[in-house]
Design a protein around this ligand. Structure first.
Ligand code: NCD
Ligand code: ZN
Ligand code: ZN
Length: 450
């Protein structure tokens, strides 16, 4: 039998092991893995030249921005950034305009995304006080997961009261989907924010002071408690606080189905880097904290307390990032283009094994969101979402070169070692050496609800 594609002479890296060999692909799926000389004949052969081959990464925390904010990002540009960055599946956040809060909005968003997408995708349904009875219909309409903004002053996605959250968790449990939570205590943020503004504070440190550690600790504890009570699967978004880590570990020990993510900016930056990182442009929710959090976050990532690396890709136009008052700065920055480069650089430094990176970027998110082993796995039968790495490639981070429309990054100028050289989506080359090699529409919606 002649297959569509064989990748030969690769270093096949999974969370469990690494070995030299080849992978055969037919009809978009992996059909064989083994010694290169045991691979079937193929219509196309890619010689990996001994370089590592890993599953395409998943990013379960992406703000694509459409509908409503096409001036910040589009499905075409976000998924181009993902493809270049070695990410072959993205899960899109619901804080668009309109927000993704009904079954019709879920279908609408999938229809907007599908013709543009360069990688596979899922969409989050938002959890609010007004749509608890709609959550099951959203799952049936194709929502891949739910998002709960527990710490939010965004009127598009306001923080629901705990009674609504309790009912929502019971409904979500029935769908079998996971609920990702932005876990901060809204009244604490609001009270402190008002106090700091009344005191005339407009500096970056005031944003950090607003987001006190206890606001995260309290919300993570509450989420774990409500998850245990209801049986709802939860995922703690963008964990940045060392004091929340023991609570996450304890929840796991109690058998609660709780997973957690952190993001490269929390692992690599602290307030001590603020000046180099662009001053006010470093504003992100939750904040990059004072020194002392990254070390415990790295430990938690190595020991599995933190399961997942995600980006919280949150692009904004440069003008929205450069504001005099911190309260006027749009929070967040792009991450899809560079997350893999940043993490591979830390692998090169010996901070993380490549195997552990593959677990946190590929297998763990696929498992958490019900996509494993179709995604996130180098196994026969899995989608042939494949990335060949160039571990030697050195380059500085340049926001201007991003596929994302968000060009302002706090990591501007940082030298990285290692990058995705080739990204394949279901056996088709979508990006090579930083350039897009396919046309939009190749990406497909991923619906774990049915
Ligand atoms: C997010 C955004 O811009 O949509 N910003 C951020 O700082 N992370 C909102 C959010 O996820 O809280
Ligand atoms: Zn958030
Ligand atoms: Zn976010």
């Amino acid at each position: 039998m002649t297959v569509d594609l064989v990748i030969r002479d690769a270093l096949i890296v999974t969370p469990q092991a690494r070995r030299h060999g080849g992978v055969a692909v037919d009809n978009g799926r992996i059909v064989a893995i083994g010694r290169t000389d045991a691979m079937p004949p193929a219509r196309r052969v890619i010689d990996a030249g001994g370089r590592p081959l890993i599953p395409g990464a998943l990013d379960v925390h992406v703000h694509v921005r459409e509908p409503g904010f096409s001036h910040k990002e589009t499905w075409a540009t976000a998924t181009a950034a993902a493809a270049v960055g070695g990410i072959t599946t993205v899960l899109d956040m619901p804080n668009t305009n309109p927000p993704t809060e009904t079954a019709a909005r879920v279908r609408e968003k999938i229809a907007i995304a599908a013709p543009q997408a360069l990688v596979d995708f899922g969409v989050y349904g938002n959890v609010g006080e007004g749509n608890v009875s709609e959550l099951r219909a959203m799952a049936e309409a194709g929502a891949s997961a739910f998002k709960l903004y527990l710490g939010s002053d965004n009127p598009l996605v306001p923080c629901p009261n705990d009674g609504a959250v309790l009912d929502a968790f019971a409904e979500i449990r029935a769908t079998g989907l996971r609920c990702t939570v932005h876990a901060e205590n809204t009244p604490i943020l609001r009270w402190r924010g008002d106090r700091l503004k009344a005191a005339g504070r407009h500096d970056l440190a005031a944003h950090l002071e607003q987001h006190a550690d206890i606001a995260a600790v309290e919300a993570v504890s509450r989420v774990a408690l409500l998850a245990e009570w209801t049986g709802c699967k939860v995922h703690i978004a963008h964990e940045n606080c060392r004091h929340a880590l023991p609570i996450i570990a304890r929840a796991k020990r109690r058998g609660i189905d709780l997973t957690a993510e952190t993001c490269p900016h929390y692992l690599l930056l602290s307030m001590a880097d603020a000046e180099r990182a662009g001053g006010n442009a470093l504003r992100v929710k939750p904040p990059v904290r004072e020194p002392g959090h990254a070390g415990p976050l790295w430990d938690a990532l190595r020991d599995g307390t933190i399961d997942v690396i995600a980006t919280d890709h949150a692009p904004h136009p440069a003008a929205e990032k450069r504001q005099q008052s911190i309260w006027d700065v749009s929070p967040g920055f792009p991450g899809l283009d560079i997350s893999m480069r940043l993490m591979l650089t830390e692998v090169a430094r010996g901070r993380l094994t490549l195997e552990r990176y593959v677990m946190a970027a590929c297998e763990a998110p696929a498992r958490a969101f019900g996509l494993y082993p179709r995604k996130g796995a180098l196994l026969v039968g899995a989608d042939a979402d494949l990335v060949i790495l160039d571990l030697e490639r050195r380059a500085p981070i340049r926001g201007a070169d991003f596929g994302s429309m968000g060009k302002v990054t706090p990591l501007e100028g940082l030298e990285t070692v290692g990058a995705a050289a080739l990204t394949l989506l279901r056996g088709t080359l979508v990006a090579e050496d930083g350039r897009i090699a396919a046309t939009g529409g190749i990406g497909r919606p991923w619906n774990t609800g049915r």
